[in-house]
Design a binder for this molecule. Structure first.
Ligand code: ADP
Ligand code: MG
Length: 579
């Protein structure tokens, strides 16, 4: 894991070395100051030479200035290094998310995926910046300070060293407790983030059921739990900091008493005494640093593990080696012995054989859960078949690139997903390089012209998150406009009008009928009336094709289609135009 982590440093080698070098220098200077003070007291003071004293003061000023300069490099450029690494990791994580298939997303919670790309990587950035140099410098100053203390006065140094294990134990203990508390905090934050996300996303349902009080109670509980975890953290921090403070003072008193005794005995120079006291401070600081690193480190490691795990997920739907871009397709689709299941041992479809001619409109009907949507989602390779193959214009769809395949299929579903933005942006999603005229033409053909003309902002009207400011029918027409703009030879309409009222349905049918012209169209319909004029009707049930034929023929045959038809003939809605 360390190797994988260090790989992210490689492009920033120079920056890292400069940063690291400066940190080492700063550490050495810090060790130098007590020694300078020692020399000042022992050597310069007795000579009582103001010239020399002023020179020494000037030297000290230069050293301080240098130290300040080094600090700028370490704090600024060290963070630059951290954010560079974090940015690169975030780019990779997001790029990888774009490659993963429907099957991956089927099993994920949005909030958790968002956390991987945001919070997890922040933690890593923190460690990437602080980790190596903090740890190294801390150890360096610790060892350096002790060596100098030992050099100045070995017995006093050993007396001080006795207390170190004590401090180490305290630091480790509180560091460990802090780490566990951090984990708990993240769990709590995750919980209430998920709660807020769900509440805001479903606020219309909350209000419709007047369940605000219930939601408030649920949230108050999570909020309270978070507060308690935070209180724990502050208790640990308070205790840890107090003990650490007391530790330092204890050492100082020991050094003060011991040092005084040695000075009186003439064993230690006054400069050595002062220098030693200062060294104790230098010696002590890294202990706290190490404690802090020990706190951020586990979080960074955990974040990096999750990041690595995400990158390690192999996208299961990818271009085969040697896949070629599909030529412009006519749209003849063949299902040959197709079998598929979402889980290995639970087939949803089996033995599907079907040939759709270019330009033909084929309707799929059958009970809910029969596998109609599944069948259609195999064509753009949202999932790959387990058995058999699907060929378009004689090309196995796995032999052409995904982009060229999906670029030639247009899909309109019952649930339209619109992006927060303007009508223009949402239509242009169908073809990002489309010009103004093309967007207007697509809107007009999708029967959106009147709406856009009536809006003060026209195409630039903002439609709200997921298009909340539009009606169901308007959203559906926007989705259709996208496909007009995309202009694909193959069209999939999955219950595109099921959720609409009869009047809107009729209107949208006009748009859909125009859209379907000259394209191979696979249409899934809940209401049989909407597809009775399809070139062919395919009845899907129990994972296979039960019947296929024209409306009249299937009715006459008296099979499954006739039964479905009779069951729906009580439906008294007027019959709209037919795709
Ligand atoms: P239809 O469109 O005919 O109503 P679907 O194709 O949506 O039926 O579903 C067929 C079967 O596959 C159902 O049993 C459904 O529960 C299951 N299914 C659909 N989508 C998924 C999925 N993403 N993961 C697992 N099972 C699924
Ligand atoms: Mg369906």
């Amino acid at each position: 894991m360390l190797k994988a982590f260090l790989a992210y440093y490689r492009p920033h080698r120079t920056l890292f070395l400069v940063d690291f070098g400066c940190a080492v220098l700063a550490g050495l200077l810090e060790l130098g100051f007590p020694m300078a003070v020692k020399a000042f007291v022992d050597v310069l003071l007795p000579r009582q030479d103001w010239g020399l004293i002023l020179v020494a003061a000037a030297g000290l000023a230069v050293a301080y200035a240098l130290s300040a300069g080094l600090m700028v490099v370490v704090t600024y450029w060290g963070h630059v290094l951290g954010i560079n690494i974090e940015t690169e990791m975030r780019r990779r994580a997001f790029d990888h998310l774009q490659k993963l298939s429907f099957r991956f997303y089927d099993g994920q919670k949005t909030g958790h995926l968002v956390a991987r790309v945001t919070r997890d990587l922040e933690e890593i950035g923190e460690v990437a910046h602080h980790g190596p140099e903090d740890l190294f410098i801390a150890v360096m100053t610790l060892v350096g300070a002790f060596a100098l203390m030992f050099w100045v006065h070995p017995p006093l140094a050993l007396m001080t060293a006795v207390i170190v294990p004590l401090i180490a134990v305290v630091t480790l203990r509180y560091g460990g407790r802090m780490t566990r508390n951090w984990q708990a905090q993240y769990g709590r934050v995750g919980d209430f983030n998920a709660r807020i996300e769900e509440n805001v996303g479903g606020i219309r349902v909350v209000k419709a059921f007047a369940n605000e009080a219930h939601e408030r109670r649920l949230f108050a509980r999570d909020n309270q739990l978070y507060r308690e975890t935070k209180l724990d953290a502050y208790r640990i921090m308070a205790a840890g900091q107090t003990l650490s403070y007391l530790g330092l003072r204890l050492v100082q008193i020991v050094v003060l008493l011991g040092g005084a005794a040695f000075v009186v005995r003439g064993d230690l120079s006054p400069g050595g005494f002062v220098g030693f006291l200062l060294l104790v401070g230098v010696f002590y600081r890294p202990l706290e640093k190490i404690g802090a690193v020990m706190e951020t480190y586990p979080r960074g490691v955990a974040g990096f593990r999750r990041f690595q795990a995400l990158l390690a997920i192999e996208p299961d739907i990818v271009d085969r080696p040697g896949a070629v871009p599909a030529p412009p397709l006519r749209g003849e689709i063949r299902f040959e012995g197709v079998g598929f299941g979402y889980e290995p041992d639970r087939p949803v479809l089996s033995g599907i054989d079907l040939a759709v001619r270019a330009g033909e409109t084929v309707a799929f009907v059958g009970p809910s859960g029969a596998g109609k949507t599944t069948l259609c989602s195999l064509v753009p390779r949202f999932y790959d078949v387990d058995r058999g193959r699907i060929a378009i214009d004689g090309l196995d769809i796995r032999d052409v690139t995904l982009a060229s395949l999906r670029g030639q299929i247009g899909i309109v579903q019952q649930d339209v997903f619109l992006f927060a933005g303007t009508i223009r942006e949402n239509i242009a999603y169908g073809r990002l390089d489309a010009g103004e005229d093309e967007i207007r033409e697509a809107a007009r053909r999708a029967r959106l012209g009147a709406l856009i003309d009536a809006l003060p902002e026209g195409l630039d009207t903002v439609i709200g998150e997921r298009g909340v400011k539009l009606s169901g029918g308007q959203k559906q027409r926007l989705a259709i406009a996208r496909i007009f703009l995309k202009n694909p030879p193959i069209l999939i309409l999955d219950e595109a009008t099921s959720a609409l009222d009869a009047e809107t349905e009729r209107e949208i049918h006009l748009a859909l009928t125009e859209l379907a012209e000259g394209r191979t169209t696979l249409v899934i319909a809940h209401r049989l009336a909407t597809i009775r004029h399809a070139d062919r009707i395919v009845v899907v049930a129990e994972g296979g094709i039960l019947e296929e034929g024209r409306h009249e023929d299937l009715l006459a045959a008296g099979g499954a289609y006739r039964r479905l038809h009779l069951a729906q003939s009580l439906d008294i809605r007027p019959e709209p135009g037919i795709v």
